[in-house]
Design a protein around this ligand. Structure first.
Ligand SMILES: [Zn+2]
Length: 117
C-alpha cells in the first residue's frame, strides 16, 4: 500500500482511490458529491498514471466545491418531456446541471451569466 495514496484518501473531498495500475489502467480518484476537478467541469472522476500526478491533481487548488453554486431558474425545453418552462439550473449545487420542474429529468446545459442574477 502506498503511503501517498493513503494521504490522498484522507483528503476531505476524496471519496475513493483505486489503484488499477496492475491491470494496465491508472490510479482512479473519485471525488465526493459536491466536488469536481477544476480543469474538468462537471467531472468528479480522474485517472492518473502515477502517484505523484495523483497527489498534485487532487490538491486543494485543483478541486472545485460545487456546493457554493446557487440554484437559478432558467427557461429551457426539457429533452425528455418537452416541457418548455422554468426549470432548475445548477441543480443541487452542480454547475450547469438542469432539473426538469415537471418530470425531474436532469441534463447538462450552459447557464448564461445574465441568468445567474
Ligand atoms: Zn421533463
Amino acid at each position: 500500500m502506498s503511503k501517498t495514496l493513503d494521504r490522498i484518501r484522507k483528503r476531505p473531498w476524496v471519496a475513493y482511490v483505486d489503484d488499477e495500475r496492475d491491470s494496465g489502467s491508472s490510479i482512479i480518484v473519485t471525488l465526493k458529491d459536491g466536488y469536481e476537478f477544476a480543469g474538468n467541469e462537471g467531472c468528479g472522476v480522474e485517472g492518473y498514471e502515477n502517484v505523484a500526478n495523483a497527489l498534485s491533481g487532487t490538491a486543494r487548488n485543483c478541486i472545485f466545491n460545487t456546493q457554493t453554486i446557487k440554484p437559478v431558474k432558467v427557461v429551457r425545453t426539457c429533452p425528455r418531456c418537452k416541457t418548455h418552462a422554468y426549470h432548475w439550473g445548477n441543480d443541487k449545487g452542480v454547475k450547469h446541471r438542469i432539473a426538469c420542474a415537471r418530470c425531474s429529468h436532469e441534463w447538462m446545459g450552459r447557464i448564461k451569466k445574465e441568468e445567474m442574477e
